[in-house]
Ligand binder design. Sequence first.
Ligand code: 3PG
Length: 306
Amino acid sequence: MANVLIATEKPFAEKAISQITAVLEQNEFSYQFLEKYTSKEELLEAVKEVDALIVRSDKVDEEVLKTAENLKIVVRAGAGYDNVDVDAASKNNVVVMNTPGQNSNAVAELAVGLALYGLRNMFSGTSGGELRRRTIGLHGYGYVARNVHRIVRGFGMHPAVFTRYSRTQAVSEGLQVTDSLEELYAMSDVVSIHVPARDEHIKSVSFDVLKHLRQNAIIVNTARKEVINEDDLINFMRFRPDVKYLADIAPDRIAEFEKHFKGRFFFTPKKMGAQTIEANINAGVAAAEQIVKFLQNGDKTYQVNK
Ligand code: 3PG
């Protein structure tokens, strides 16, 4: 009987947990949970005997992979797998998967909510602006950005996108696709960032890109802080007091934002994009099903360390 560990420092909703366990029980898998843990030692202890691991943003590094001697598969219940050392997993013959698309509507709704909150001056009682007729620039066009696109059309926004990998898809959906990131930022009242924390996307939001932003622009980041060049963002916000930054994760130099940019930034206290009951169910159940299919039939769909 295969043994699955669900290790979530930030737990899934109860409804998601009952559906995840139902999938595992139907397939006669045993399971255990490690939730709200506060030290790596707890994770190291818990992974020792398991065949499969479900995580969220939990760090799965080389030490965790080596300690988990029976481990065959790690599924990141979510999109970004920058928390998993995929090279170490490959070296240890562990398959790594994510669950693409499963939590993307939740993240997209948060992105639009942050844009609205920023445009309304953080509900501070001062006159703000409306989404309607403003241009939203989608930086990247994966599952989350596609949901943002669907939602903002309802608000009457003008969407545009810069994408290297999903150009055909974006064009087929009637989107204006720019030839460069600079061009996208130059035409946007709101920029919404939707690229993963890897390769050319790391620090891709630099001063040289930001300097093109329109007056009173709003930057929304529901992706990762690593895609922003934080020094450049701070310099840019000092030079352009009209610009706001709202993100689903606090930057490293939060004290500087508090000191210099009062009323111009907002950070969720904990990553909240995928923290809805629906997204927890979608991503958690998909993770459990992917583990079952892999361990029973060798199905490697969604493997990211090929
Ligand atoms: C993702 O990459 O899927 C999101 O950032 C969600 O992360 P979380 O599972 O830690 O909420």
